[in-house]
Design a binder for this molecule. Structure first.
Ligand code: KIV
Ligand code: ZN
Length: 564
């Protein structure tokens, strides 16, 4: 059996009795660093060309990133050239720091400084791998040997910066594969590096703790971060950064818990692009903060532009269910969800805090339209169908008709097997309920009220051969029903009728809906007219027409409606 869990060992949790991070609440955004142009880029089947890199850089600047890792110039000529282009063409805004990555090897660090010549400010990000597996199996070195690589690298970084005093330098060190490194050893290496850099003497220093491979649950990562924060020297002079990957699908969660555990800074990529399962997704984490009422310090309101640029640069499409960004993430197909959303949106007043069932944030904030929220397929119910008619056609249906019509829509959706758009729903409603047969068109009516109720005279039917009826009842509907009963010999029992005034902008002023039993058949109809009485009487005629006329085959009626 190849599939055998006994091949794997569980990650040993951190033995910690003074865990404080679970009680912390994130109250402000961390410093963000976007590493799309390095981590993301190095993971692409087709690495970005210069035009794509420039487009991505410009987007990151536009979104508000102040720290942007633009590449690994010592390892790749295109990255070197891109770095030079940004500096020489003066494309880096004054408040943005570019960051470049290099291994802790003197010749690579030297080349990195060459790439950075003339930069106003820059972060030099130096790393070496520290985990047990890397020490023992990849490098064949002991703890002291690996620590020396870091220390020597730190010294070269410092010396070369001293030789280029016109640039404002920030130094960053990452013990790569930190999650697989013994914590006491990680602290030993970090302290050795800061012994060289001396952040306590004014040198800006970032210590970046990567979950190079996500190896455990996010709480374990948070423990690791809290442990390091508690045990390193010069903590108060150091910016602690995290850089999580998503191997277990928890890259964002791990970064969030790490911030609770003391991290000041978070590295990631837009939409989580990056090696293997990717880096932690900056869009998701920033929007998670936003949804808690915290300023993410990034402007992600143009989500369509963000996904378009990321897709164009990475040539990777956005999953339709990608948090906050995917096509379907604000869409409800389920009937009960649609119903709840419709009710919450209807109650909501301007200025209210956002509190809408099933929608963690207002889709409008990300440039999404409410039209996308409710979409109809065979899983949808009365609420969704009613919402679409109300929203797009200003048609409000009584509850009984919502229930009845949603079944009509559901049948068509089941037959078609897909989504039914708003126009098709409206046309289905017109065909099924509003269509007036010429023989049953109301032409004129006269209602006389006296002590005994209403005496009605109505004219209906074709213009060339109109018919007249007379009847009496307590109200207009009863009077006209009596007249119809007389003429057609049908027993008519009106079960429900409702009239609605329509909003401005429509030709008709009123909508009426009626449900009745005539000659033993249940019929329902609706009508639009200039006034409520005309609408109600026309709806009555249309419903009786169904009982009196040839019973139309339901499937062919639906088919003609949907293709209309
Ligand atoms: O994932 C990782 O460990 C890295 C380091 C170079 C920071 O990308
Ligand atoms: Zn990484």
């Amino acid at each position: 059996m190849a599939f055998d869990h006994r091949k794997y060992a569980a990650f040993r949790p951190v033995a910690k009795t003074d865990r404080r991070w679970p009680d912390k609440v994130i109250e402000k955004a961390p410093t963000w660093c976007a590493v799309d142009l390095r981590d993301g880029n190095q993971a692409l089947v087709k690495p970005m060309n210069v035009a794509q890199k420039q487009r991505m850089f410009d987007l990151l600047v536009k979104l508000g990133f102040k720290e942007i890792e633009i590449g690994f110039p010592a390892a790749s000529q295109p990255d070197f050239d891109f770095c030079r282009k940004l500096i020489e063409e003066n494309r880096i805004p004054d408040d943005v720091k570019i960051q470049v990555l290099t291994q802790a090897r003197p010749e690579l660090i030297e080349r990195t400084y060459e790439a950075l010549k003339g930069a106003r400010r820059a972060i030099v990000h130096v790393y070496n791998s520290t985990s047990t597996v890397q020490r023992e199996q990849v490098f064949g070195m002991d703890r002291a040997g690996i620590r020396d690589i870091a220390v020597n690298g730190a010294q070269v970084v410092k010396d070369l910066a001293a030789g280029n005093p016109c640039t404002e330098w920030t130094f960053q060190y990452s013990p790569e594969s930190f999650t697989g490194t013994e914590l006491d050893y990680a602290v030993e290496v970090i302290d050795a590096v800061t012994d060289v850099w001396r952040p306590d003497e004014g040198q800006p220093v970032i210590i970046n703790l990567p979950a190079t491979v996500e190896m455990a649950t996010p709480n374990v990562f948070a423990d690791q971060i809290e442990w390091v924060c508690d045990n390193i020297r010069r903590r108060e002079h150091i910016s602690i950064s995290v850089h999580t990957h998503n191997d277990r699908g928890c890259g964002v969660a791990a970064a969030e818990l790490a911030v609770m555990a003391g991290a000041d800074r978070v590295e990631g990529t837009l939409m989580g692009n990056g090696e293997r399962t990717g880096n932690m997704d900056l869009v998701t984490m920033a929007m998670n903060l936003y949804s808690q009422g915290i300023d993410p310090t990034l402007n992600l309101s143009g989500m369509a532009e963000i996904t378009e640029v990321v897709e164009a640069c990475t040539e990777i499409s956005t999953h339709p269910r990608h948090p906050y960004a995917g096509e379907l993430v604000f869409t409800a197909f389920s009937g009960s969800h649609q119903d709840a959303i419709r009710k919450c949106l209807a109650r909501r007043k301007d200025g209210d805090a956002w509190n809408v069932a099933y929608l963690p944030i207002d889709p409008f904030d990300l440039g999404r339209r409410y039209e996308e929220v409710v979409r109809i397929n065979s899983q949808s119910g009365k609420g969704g169908v009613a919402y679409v008619l109300e929203r797009d056609y200003n048609i409000s249906l009584p509850r009984w008709l919502q229930i009845e019509f949603s079944k009509v829509v559901q049948k068509v959706a089941e037959t078609n097997g897909g989504e039914i758009d708003s126009m098709a729903i409206h046309s289905l409603f017109e065909q099924r309920y509003l269509k007036v047969h010429e023989d049953w068109a109301l032409r004129a009516y006269d209602l006389h009220r006296d002590d005994q109720g209403v005496f009605a005279e109505v004219t209906f039917g074709r213009e060339s051969a109109p018919m007249s009826l007379e009847g009496r009842g307590l109200g207009a509907v009863e009077a006209v029903s009596a007249a119809l009963e007389d003429r057609f010999g049908l027993a008519i029992a009106v079960e429900a009728y409702e009239e609605f005034a329509l909003g401005e902008g429509t030709r008709a002023n009123a909508l009426a809906c009626i449900r009745l039993t005539a000659g033993g058949r249940h019929c329902s109809a609706a009508a639009l007219a200039e006034d409520t009485t005309s609408a109600t009487l026309q709806a009555l005629f249309s419903a009786v027409a169904q009982a009196a006329g040839e019973p139309e085959d339901e499937t062919s009626r639906q088919k003609s409606a949907i293709t209309a």
